[in-house]
Design a protein around this ligand. Structure first.
Ligand SMILES: Nc1ncnc2c1ncn2[C@@H]1O[C@H](COP(=O)(O)OP(=O)(O)O)[C@@H](O)[C@H]1O
Ligand SMILES: O=P(O)(O)O[C@H]1O[C@H](CO)[C@@H](O[C@H]2O[C@H](CO)[C@@H](O)[C@H](O)[C@H]2O)[C@H](O)[C@H]1O
Length: 437
């Protein structure tokens, strides 16, 4: 466990130096508006291999505020030795180059030395080769070790910090403890304590090293490529449905479940609120109001909803890997735009099915399918996902419920895209047309 201290003058100067670059990063929680950045704490990391403190590693805890967004960001920085150069510098301070430390060996050695792991000890993780993941990410990941090394790992540095157990670390740990292998096993994790907004100390997770899955293909890239070749995704979707159901079974064993007497009204209310939230951010959604309200009414008229349980919460094709002829599920953080307490609350398992269904629309669109081709490709994948999901004891998916949850996810996506990838906004807007007509 690491402890953050109050920031000093060097931290303030570092933030002033790197701030403009931070706001342009993919993981920065808001785009296109000015954000107010303040360093509220700092963790100094000690590299156990350093003979002299040639490289200084500091993890700045930066509060970022812009409109409705108020996030605490983890910003590990390395101030290199005088005269040392590096690719992709963030700037120069007193003649020393400053870089993002996430892939820097001094940061990684210090991180692993401070981490804990299964049974109380961090597993051995090789650092002879270090490769940052370059794709779109809400966090920052680095592959540790050379290809073929059985101890190879992947470090995920959580960017938006929260007090309490991070579900992306807690869920895989617990699933591994009960022998579920649908998720890469966590091998080391690191926590810190810092001062919360009310002045009281809080504890939160900084990151995790998981077993690296060799030869894995990203589910979304795979699906887009298959769509682009007009190749059916149905067999893979069926397997994905079965894995999702198995995961739901395991999650229901590990975390509490809760009967929901007031389920239909609660879900209808939540969908109504989701629309209001999305409309405030994306005014183009106004034409969908009547269609959303009609779905709310159908949901409210349901006799009941299934018991709630722990779910993935943001399951989509970009969260699953295909390797050695099977699917593995990643990233249990839930929807990054939602507060932590909402993300760990028991929920409807079928929400994850709805997330995957939405992903088929994305894959068809990004893969270049349009019109009837897109409709045929997605409907085969949809039917197969449902069939795979229904093959397990957890798998049941009422049509009204699935449609409502798909609509809910699509509204979320409209906000997500407007904030992060405005050129992709037409994908959820097309989904809203389909789901409300
Ligand atoms: N255990 C793993 N083995 C191999 N690749 C992984 C592993 N975990 C993550 N990845 C790769 O890293 C990418 C980002 O991981 P993810 O957990 O989804 O991060 P984020 O929360 O930042 O979106 C994944 O899409 C995948 O390509
Ligand atoms: O993976 P994250 O936890 O960062 O999830 C967020 O980003 C996702 C995009 O990277 C976003 O997913 C949307 O786009 C995907 C294709 O890039 C698509 O497969 C999903 O179906 C779609 O929702 C996700 O919503 C967001 O929370």
């Amino acid at each position: 466990m690491l402890t953050a201290r109050a920031p000093d003058q060097l931290d303030e100067r570092l933030l002033a130096l790197v701030g403009p670059a931070l706001v342009a990063r993919r993981w920065f929680p808001v785009k296109g508006v000015a954000a107010d950045l303040v360093v509220v704490g700092t963790i100094s990391l000690v590299d156990p291999a350093a003979a002299a403190p040639a490289v200084e590693v500091r993890v700045l805890l930066v509060r970022a505020r812009a409109g409705a967004v108020d996030a605490l960001l983890q910003v590990p920085l390395a101030v290199l030795a005088p005269g040392e150069l590096a690719p992709d510098p963030l700037g120069e301070l007193d003649g020393r180059t400053v870089v993002d430390a996430v892939a820097h060996p001094a940061f990684l050695r210090a991180w692993l030395a401070a981490a804990t792991g299964p049974g109380g000890t961090a597993a051995r993780v090789p650092l002879d080769e270090v490769r940052p993941i370059t794709g779109e990410q809400s966090n920052s990941s680095v592959v540790l070790g050379a290809a073929g090394d059985p101890d190879r790992g992947i470090l995920k540095v959580v960017r938006a910090l929260q007090a309490g157990a991070n579900p992306d670390i807690d869920v895989p740990r617990r699933l591994a403890e009960v022998g579920d292998d649908d998720v890469p096993a966590p091998r080391a994790w690191l926590q810190a304590t810092w001062t919360g907004p009310d002045g009281a100390p809080v504890v939160g997770d900084l990151g995790v090293v998981s077993a690296f899955v060799e030869g894995a293909q990203d589910g979304f890239e795979l699906a887009c490529a298959m769509a682009g070749r007009h190749e059916s995704f149905a067999d893979l979707a069926r397997e994905l449905g079965a894995v999702t159901a198995r995961l739901h079974d395991a999650l229901a064993r590990v975390y509490p479940t809760a009967a929901d007497d007031d389920g239909p009204a609660r879900l209808a209310g939540a969908l109504h609120d989701r629309f209001a939230w999305a409309l405030a951010a994306v005014p183009e959604l106004e034409p969908f109001r009547a269609g959303v309200e009609a779905t709310c009414a159908r949901v409210a008229a349901l006799p009941s909803t299934p018991p709630r349980q722990r779910v993935h919460g943001d399951l989509h094709l970009g969260q699953v890997l295909r390797a050695s002829g099977r699917w593995l599920v990643l990233d249990f953080e839930g929807e990054p735009l939602a507060p932590l307490e909402a993300r760990v609350r028991p929920d409807l398992a079928v929400r994850d099915v709805a997330g995957l269904l939405r992903s088929f629309d994305y894959a068809a669109a990004v893969g270049g399918l349009t019109g009837e081709d897109a409709a045929a490709w997605t409907s085969a994948a949809r039917a197969a996902l449902h069939a795979g999901y229904a093959s397990s004891s957890a798998g049941s998916s009422d049509e009204v419920l699935v449609r409502a949850l798909e609509l809910d996810k699509t509204l979320y996506e409209a906000v997500y895209e407007s904030r992060n990838r405005p050129t992709w906004l037409p994908i959820p807007l097309a989904g809203l047309h389909r789901l409300t007509s």
